[in-house]
Design a protein around this ligand. Structure first.
Ligand SMILES: NC(=O)CC[C@H](N)C(=O)O
Length: 332
């Protein structure tokens, strides 16, 4: 008989653990109601691909995820993966901030063992609920040799995405997760993962970040760019003590004339400024829409604003040097 891998499922809530009033309730249901043992019991097929254990870490909708949740989860993942009797981890998670949690873990997990985030777009009570098959695929992926060393992954709708590049791209359809231009890394088909590409960016055991002794992360906020933008949000975040600001600018990270003096003043007072884009694809050109060298700004490379926020928080636990932080944005 083939020896099965040991996979721990860490449950955090979300729609995969959600329930609705009827079988056709696919919106307006309640997330985070079903416990991890019930999730596992609903998919007896899991026992064919791994020895599965469950742990309820949180029971929340993922829009309420906080830095503190991430530190707790990251430490638990590292503790479990340090054990000889754990071969991989699956994290069930709400889909709204799944890409953020995945990228955070991609930067702080200290192991080559597979870590797979999974969720559902339809609650467990719905017709054609996607949670059970997504969970099955995630567990077989986490138990597979092929997934070792690939960094943190998101497994949704038979596709494998790398944490750095994946995004939720639809409010409600089951195929919501995409890595549009950079491309997903593989498929799961016929009970097997198939990989086709890997990111060139460093992750997990290759990063310089260590959360073992951290109780909190520096405050970093996002300012969204739009026509007729005013300066109120930026000024309020800076007055509130933000250590970093992600400016999710229009286009290639352009900054409205009215907003620029506030960013420059914040930087002079010590706040790190990262220019990102609201567009969703493409490289943020350094010294393009602003003279970053002169203004001492950092650019986000291809990271979207919510992921740039995570990298900047972790970067600020190591250094305040903008050049070192810019290097990190071209590394991870
Ligand atoms: N499909 C989902 O998981 C969304 C439910 C909820 N808003 C969450 O992110 O947890």
């Amino acid at each position: 008989a083939v020896k099965l891998g040991n996979v721990t499922i860490l449950a955090t809530g979300g729609t995969i653990a959600g329930s609705g009033a009827t079988s056709t309730t696919t919106v307006g249901y309640t997330a985070a109601t079903v416990g991890v043992q019930q999730l596992i019991a609903a998919v007896p097929e899991l026992a064919k691909v791994a020895n599965v254990k469950g742990e309820q870490v949180f029971q929340i909708a993922s829009e309420s995820m906080t830095n503190e949740h991430w530190l707790t989860l990251g430490k638990r993942v590292n503790a479990l993966l340090a054990q000889n009797d754990v071969d991989g981890i699956v994290i069930t998670h709400g889909t709204d901030t799944m890409e953020e949690t995945a990228y955070f873990l991609n930067l702080v997990v200290k192991s080559k063992k597979p870590v797979v985030l999974v969720g559902a777009m339809r609650p467990s009570t719905a017709l054609s609920a996607d949670g059970p098959i997504n969970l099955y695929n995630a567990v077989l992926l986490a138990a597979s040799q092929e997934a070792v060393g690939k960094g943190v992954m998101v497994a949704m709708a038979d596709q494998i995405h790398s944490a750095r590049d994946v995004s939720k791209t639809n409010t409600s359809t089951p195929d919501a997760f995409k890595t549009s231009e950079l491309g997903m890394i593989g498929y799961i088909q016929g009970n097997k993962p198939f990989f086709y590409r890997v990111s060139t960016r460093k992750h997990t055991t290759e990063t310089e970040f260590d959360i073992a002794n951290l109780q909190s992360l520096p405050q970093v906020d996002i300012v969204y760019g739009y026509a007729n933008m005013n300066t109120v949000a930026l000024d309020a975040f800076v007055a509130n003590g933000a250590k970093g600001i992600i400016h999710a600018g229009t286009g290639d990270g352009s900054v409205a004339a009215k907003v620029k003096p506030g960013l420059v003043a914040a930087r002079k007072k010590g706040t790190l400024i990262v220019r990102a884009s609201r567009v969703g694809q493409g490289i943020l050109a350094r010294n393009g829409e602003a003279n970053d060298d002169e203004l001492d700004f950092v650019v986000s490379d291809t990271l979207n604003a919510q992921k740039a926020r995570i990298l900047l928080m972790l970067a600020l636990t190591k250094t305040n040097d903008s050049k070192a932080i810019q290097r990190m944005f071209y590394t991870y």
